[in-house]
Design a protein around this ligand. Structure first.
Ligand SMILES: [Zn+2]
Length: 296
């Protein structure tokens, strides 16, 4: 399941082919993905020009010149493939990915930019992804975005902000970090990594990171720093692997990370000097990986 860094990587992979292009045709091979496509979806998109690609939490935002924004969510298994013809001489871009079953190609965007014709193909075997088209002026208040918390990228996430968000919260720290209304875009994998790096137990109450006077504790400051670092490093890893990651056929898959704690049950803790062993517990029905020796 793609998490925020993967979605950011997909955005960066798509941007050079999509930004500045005109959508010539939209081919919908089904009436729905996870949800039905909105009425007149293909017709409304046809003829519009793509200004810019953006991202909010795990949503891809395609800003169009018609005052609307195309919203795309990859769900569990969504991915894109880029096929370019025309004057583009880059080798190897005009091949179908044989490992990808074309029966799961559900949406094809035919794009034109000067003499370059590009097809951006959305493939999604499990069909938990979805697309929508909403007025750009209504984005912030839209139900997808209105309740989203702050982004874990950039400098906005600080110890002070975490203290404000977690004050009075009896929920386990892991649940608080996964709560999209507090911090948007953190998923199970990276939350495990962040907590390990912060030496914090996923089971500790979120409010224990807040001092009695409401200020941030040192632990809250550490958590903010490690959250930003883990996400930034994952995005950078995705960016640097983008060339490999974008296969010869132009498909954008997801990169493999090396994790310190996620999916490492039974392995020795990676922290220098720690003699602990990584354990797996279940919280709210989901696996949590931790080192009980150094995460307190
Ligand atoms: Zn450890």
């Amino acid at each position: 399941m793609p998490e925020l860094p993967e979605v950011e990587t997909v955005k960066r992979g798509l941007a050079p082919s999509m930004e500045g292009s005109v959508i010539k045709q939209v081919e919908l091979r089904r009436a729905d993905l996870r949800f039905p496509f909105p009425d007149h979806f293909a017709k409304d998109l046809t003829g519009s020009k793509i200004h810019a690609l953006g991202r909010r939490a795990k949503y891809l935002l395609v800003e169009l010149d018609i005052g609307k924004t195309l919203i795309m969510h990859l769900g569990m298994s969504g991915s894109f493939r880029i096929e370019t013809t025309g004057n583009n001489s880059e080798p190897g871009q005009f091949h179908h990915d044989k490992s990808k079953n074309p029966k799961h190609d559900h949406v094809v965007f035919q794009l034109s930019n000067g003499s370059t014709q590009t097809a951006v193909i959305y493939n999604d075997p499990r069909r938990f992804g979805y697309m929508d088209l909403i007025k750009s002026s209504e984005l912030q208040d839209h139900r997808y975005f209105a309740k989203l918390g702050i982004e874990p990228t950039g400098n906005s996430l600080s110890g002070t902000v975490i203290a404000e968000l977690f004050a009075g919260k009896a929920a386990p720290l892991k649940s608080a970090l996964l709560d999209q209304s507090l911090i948007a875009g953190l998923g199970n994998i990276y939350v495990c990594e962040i907590l390990w790096r912060s030496r914090l137990s996923p089971e500790r109450k979120a409010a224990t990171l807040v001092a009695k006077n409401g200020r941030a504790t040192g632990r809250a400051e550490d958590l903010a720093i490690h959250t930003r670092d883990v996400i930034r490093e994952a995005i950078e890893a995705g960016g640097s692997s983008l060339r490999d990651h974008r296969q010869a056929d132009g498909s954008l898959g997801y990169f493999q990370h090396s994790f310190d704690v996620y999916d490492q049950e039974g392995e020795k803790c990676h922290r220098v000097g720690c003699k602990g062993t990584i354990e797996r517990i279940v919280q709210s029905g989901r696996s949590t990986f931790l080192c009980p020796n150094c995460q307190i």
